[in-house]
Design a protein around this ligand. Structure first.
Ligand code: ARG
Length: 595
């Protein structure tokens, strides 16, 4: 369906051109004075210069044309030359009814030119526990992916595991110290290695921090870890077999953690998968004359004439020939282009890595790893801070583990829900249902709290605010959906049926406002996609929930005596529920039946 603003703009354009003015002046926007009008056009002000006329004269002429147009309930010119517009109620009701007929899409058309988009998000490091820093990448990336899919694109999420480098050597070193008898450390072994991993996930999670701590205190230990890393990277069989085990055990655990967050990935590739592409890539950079030796290291210049600040060269190999994070990211682009030929790659990474990605992107373009038509996008997110405005920490100052953060909020939510039940007539909610509901609401609290901010901004993770059932929060949105569900259940519970009913012209101002909000859905989805901006969907559903709640408080829905009117209300409620549910689904959470 055409966007409602475009439909209105079409009419205003006709009026402008009929009066002899250029169509470019007919741009209509949502009103910034909702008390006066619903839409506005400021074009007469701009046209005044070109046509050397007073703006209000132009506005008056245009208004005269619009006054006769049935799609407007009001077209007014206001000094010095603004156009204030209100949409016709019947026209709006018809638009909203058409949205409802368009099941699942609600007037938002899929793209005619689907793109292949890869999203690099999550970025967990194998064997290291997930911490809150990884939370934002997972939440934002998942939503960006779902928005793209909703718009009809072929979107592929890749978790890009941190599974290469010193942390692997550290784990191997510690394991060797503890269990030297393991076959993986027997250099004479030529046969197969066991299929079963020699450790559990909890051991693995304990081994890494222990090893990391030791390496900071003990030089010889660190040496050994570096040596193990080198041997692993150069193909030592026993270590390669261990790496496989470490990966398997970690990935199983990660999948479980991400599933709890309603996050999933199409690809479980990691930094290690890029390694086979490095030698040829480096050779080609040298052959093509892009890479040169500087202070012993192999680098590619990436600065550009228009730079206002210094962009250092992109380092490809260290002086000892070892590869780096850069090298891996570039080689990852090699297989991404070869296997998927994406139109776009989006990186959802901490914004502190922005300069790094500028270097990598430039290097990839310059050396031809990524074709010019492929867009590379860095979606850098800000830091999630605690209430004190400083990076989120545990009470004793340690790094907060994601699991602990989430279980803490789950508990808080459970207490809240149980408390809530006491104030209502006994809904008979079982402990099991209460626990599941608590998890759903907690997830909404966390995700909405994150996504409602523009991704690039830092934000304060304020548990009390995020878990509140009032205000601009996830639980408030869920509460609104649950409220609608409960009215619909009551209505149908009475044996009533609204099938085939039409949505009538609004019977009140608050009902019209609700319809106006609903009608924005396709435009919001489109711009959230184009601007990679899930926060636009959050602010939309907050407005929509508010519009619904005002309508609900001002309208006797269940006691409405006129059945046709009641049916029309119920249809509108169903649409509101569906639109809200579609929106929270692309944000990556869902609503319970009751709460
Ligand atoms: N593993 C990295 C970290 O924990 C994030 C990876 C981001 N993605 C990338 N392609 N470099 O910081």
């Amino acid at each position: 369906m055409k966007k409602i603003l475009d439909l209105i703009t079409d009419e205003v354009t006709k009026a402008f051109t009929e009066c002899g003015y250029d169509a470019k002046y007919a741009k209509v926007t949502l009103s910034n004075r909702p008390d006066l009008c619903e839409y506005q056009c400021n074009g007469a002000m701009a046209a005044a210069k070109e046509y050397k006329k007073a703006p209000f004269m132009i506005a008056d002429e245009v208004v005269e044309k619009l006054a006769a147009n049935p799609i407007f309930a009001m077209a007014e010119s206001v000094k010095p030359g603004f156009l204030n517009l209100k949409i016709d109620e019947a026209y709006l009701a018809d638009y909203v009814a058409k949205m409802q007929e368009d099941e699942g899409r609600f007037g938002c058309e899929k793209t005619e030119a689907p793109k292949t988009i890869m999203i690099d998000y999550g970025g967990p490091n194998v064997a290291k526990p997930l911490h809150v820093g990884h939370l934002r990448s997972a939440i934002i990336g998942e939503s960006v992916k779902r928005i793209g899919k909703f718009m009809g694109h072929n979107v592929i999420g890749d978790v890009h595991l941190g599974d290469w480098g010193l942390q692997m050597g550290l784990i191997i070193t510690e394991l060797k110290l503890r269990r030297p008898e393991l076959v993986y450390f027997d250099d004479a072994h030529t046969g197969e290695y066991p299929e079963e991993a020699p450790f559990t996930i909890s051991e693995l999670e304990e081994i890494y921090p222990t090893a990391s701590k030791k390496s900071k205190e003990d030089e010889a230990y660190k040496e050994a870890a570096m040596q193990a890393t080198f041997e692993l990277q150069h193909g030592k069989r026993g270590y390669q077999a261990l790496l496989k085990h470490i990966l398997n055990v970690s990935v199983t655990d990660l999948k479980r953690n991400y599933a709890n967050l309603n996050v999933s990935f199409e690809l479980w590739k990691g930094e290690s998968d890029a390694q086979p592409y490095i030698p040829d890539m480096v050779q080609k950079m040298k052959d093509d004359g892009f890479a040169y030796i500087s202070d012993g290291a192999l680098v590619v210049d990436v600065k550009e004439d228009t730079d206002t600040k210094e962009i250092p060269p992109c380092m490809i190999l260290k002086s000892d020939g070892a590869s780096l994070y850069n090298t891996t990211d570039l080689a990852t682009m090699v297989w991404r282009m070869k296997d998927y030929n994406p139109d776009e790659i989006i990186y959802v990474v901490d914004k502190r890595q922005e300069l790094y990605f500028t270097q990598v992107f430039r290097c990839a373009r310059k050396t031809g790893i990524v074709k010019p038509e492929t867009e590379l996008k860095f979606l850098g997110f800000g830091t999630m801070n605690g209430k004190d405005g400083r990076p989120f920490k545990t009470r004793d100052g340690g790094v907060m583990r994601l699991e602990h953060l989430i279980s803490g909020i789950n508990e808080e939510m459970l207490a809240k829900i149980q408390e809530n039940q006491k104030t209502k007539e006994n809904l008979g909610i079982s402990t099991e249902e209460a626990e599941n509901t608590a998890k759903m609401v907690a997830l909404a609290a966390i995700k909405y709290g994150d996504l409602s901010n523009q991704a690039s901004k830092d934000y304060i993770f304020d548990i009390d605010r995020f878990t509140s059932f009032e205000g601009n929060t996830g639980p408030y949105i869920l509460y609104t959906i649950v409220r609608i569900k409960s009215i619909l259940n009551k209505y149908h519970g009475l044996g009533k049926d609204d099938s085939g009913a039409v949505i009538e012209s609004a019977h009140s101002k608050s009902e019209k406002d609700l319809m106006l909000e609903l009608s924005k859905f396709n435009a919001v989805m489109e711009s959230a996609f184009e601007e990679t901006a899930p926060h636009k969907i959050c602010s939309y559903i907050y407005d929509l929930a508010n519009a619904f709640n005002s309508f609900y408080h001002g309208t006797k829905i269940m006691s409405e005596e006129n059945e046709t009117v009641q049916k029309s209300y119920i249809r509108l409620l169903e649409l509101t529920k569906s639109v809200l549910e579609t929106c929270i689904d692309v944000l990556g959470f869902s609503a319970p039946e009751r709460m």
